[in-house]
Design a protein around this ligand. Structure first.
Ligand code: COA
Length: 272
């Protein structure tokens, strides 16, 4: 799958989605937003893609919104500005957040501003130690607009969000892991191998149970207790129906027959 600004390679159940404007540090132009919306729509229904890994071409993950093609060139075209703005916030804060398959951000280099909403919209994130991340908006007399402020509020502790938001200081992958923006940081030379190993591990799990895990976490966060408990009960019924009761038959059933130990790993990986 190849678009003007995005390339997708699928292997072993993992779709690697590459933001592909390396000459512009993969900044999100209006065309990139259009392309990623199409790509996510196709991958949603692509059976070979069980997990998505989003990364960037060259030395950059994503340099945020395109400061020229979006903010400057659409300044006097309010309708087009609004169209792109809505698309830009929608795919990161809704489509990606509630994507029916697990998503991973692999931060291979520069990651600024609007790119934080890609990172936060993904379920997991891994960074290179050498990556350079930052809420650079304050440095150009702006602030984390669009979906970014909400992403910070969702993910970071108040002190970290406001420290980096107010100073605009860049930081590396290890600091990103320390503040919980990413799960882990690895030397760049190992980033892809480590990330893909985790992606493949997840791709081997039951897809309906993976979606229930995401939905149970993400939606219940926004619900009061009674609504959450009711929602989770309904989710269990939905999962049972959609996977044909695989969790009880092949999962718990095989444990009860002494075939594997789920506490120690996946159904196939850890046999007695
Ligand atoms: N929007 C549009 N173009 C961008 C961009 C952005 N967010 N980030 C980088 N580019 C472009 C540069 O304008 C340059 O284009 P040119 O070659 O046509 O002049 C090209 O990408 C390479 O960038 P350059 O600045 O020369 O590379 P660098 O390695 O010296 O610095 C960055 C890289 C990312 C640190 C620097 O480009 C930067 O600060 N970008 C802005 C980041 C930002 O504030 N993003 C938040 C947006 S919400």
């Amino acid at each position: 799958m190849k678009k003007q600004t995005i390339e997708v390679q699928i292997s072993d159940g993992v779709a690697k989605v590459v933001l592909n404007r390396p000459q512009k540090k993969n900044a999100m132009s209006p065309q990139l937003h259009r392309d990623i919306v199409d790509v996510l729509e196709q991958l949603r229904y692509e059976p070979a893609a069980k997990v998505l890994v989003i990364t960037g071409a060259g030395d950059s993950f994503c340099a945020g919104m395109d400061l020229k093609e979006f903010f400057a060139e659409l300044k006097d075209r309010p309708e087009e500005y609004d169209r792109v703005y809505r698309m830009a916030t929608e795919w990161r804060s809704r489509t990606l957040r509630h994507f029916p398959k697990p998503t991973i951000a692999m931060i291979n280099g520069f990651c600024f501003g609007g790119a934080f909403s890609i990172v936060e919209g993904c379920d997991l994130a891994f960074a290179a130690d050498e990556a350079k991340l930052g809420l650079s908006e304050i440095n150009f007399k702006g602030f984390p607009g669009g979906s970014v402020s909400k992403s910070l509020a969702n993910l970071l502790r108040p002190r970290d969000a406001l420290f980096y938001g107010l100073t605009g200081r860049p930081f590396g992958g290890q600091e990103a892991a320390r503040i919980g923006l990413v799960n882990m940081s690895f030397p760049l030379s190992r980033l892809e191998a480590e990330t893909m190993a985790i992606a493949k591990e997840i791709a081997g799990k039951d897809p309906v149970a993976l979606k229930a895990t995401k939905d149970g976490y993400r939606f219940s966060l926004e619900m009061p207790m009674d609504a959450a408990l009711n929602f989770i009960t309904a989710k269990e019924a939905e999962m049972t129906l959609r996977q044909g009761d695989a969790w009880r038959n092949e999962g718990i059933g095989d444990f009860n027959k002494g075939k594997f130990r789920p506490g120690l790993g996946g159904h196939e990986a850890v046999k007695r």
